[in-house]
Design a binder for this molecule. Sequence first.
Ligand code: PAF
Length: 282
Amino acid sequence: MKIVKTIEEVRRQVKEWRAEGLTVGLVPTMGYLHEGHASLIEASHRDNDRTVVSDFVNPMQFGPTEDLETYPRDLDRDAALAEEHGCDLIFNPEPDEMYRDGFSSFVDMTVLTEELCGLSRPVHFRGVCTVVTKLFNIVKPDRAYFGKKDAQQLAVIKHMVEDLNMDLEIIGCPIVREADGLAKSSRNTYLSAEERQQALVLSKAIKLGAELVRDGERDCGRIIKSMTEKINSCSAAKIDYVKIVDEKTMQQISTIDRPALCAIAVYIGKTRLIDNFFTSDL
Ligand code: PAF
């Protein structure tokens, strides 16, 4: 496995693979890889001849008061995990390799970004769409892999690919959880031992919501109320949102009469965590 820092090196390598008739999968990440990322790398390794993992903490998708500076980074650890799960090339650029002086072009999206994380993180999806478009243009993958934990991101990227006629397939992979239910996230490292315990309220609320839907409940208000009560039973938890939206448009619905996403964002102390379930997965 190679680690490269420049766009030119990625292009040279991918061109060689293409000349041999090989297919290429891309797993975009911000590094500090965990088993969730490992499952994406494995899926790409299974579906494609070669797998590229991008490892880049993208400044453009962080708001001014967010955790860009403290976001965890460890390239050596990432390289070991990525190689073990079938990565062939890590692209680990510096910010000025991705955003040259005078950078002034952006990819943005309306509607799907108006709810959920888009409301509390106003610049986030413009940063995600822009960097993901750049990565697609640099790597030109056949397929790209994203986790369902970032459900809105997955919907936004699928929509962007359709809107802009990008020639690749987007694959969404299941959430990977710790043994006790907490969804894997690089941000879990911010939690103290006590907060780590309190953070379980997210997966418990998700489990409760999913059970209600599985048992036939279709009224979003009632599902949200039960989940909200569950989260509020933990004094350390502060709700950002508990919402149910149409799986494709990300617009709120009042009845589950179509494929839907139930998503939550909750602060445990200073750490904002997200979790969700898709009704189509139940
Ligand atoms: O999901 C992430 O880690 C990031 O948002 C992504 C897709 C790598 C873009 O920076």
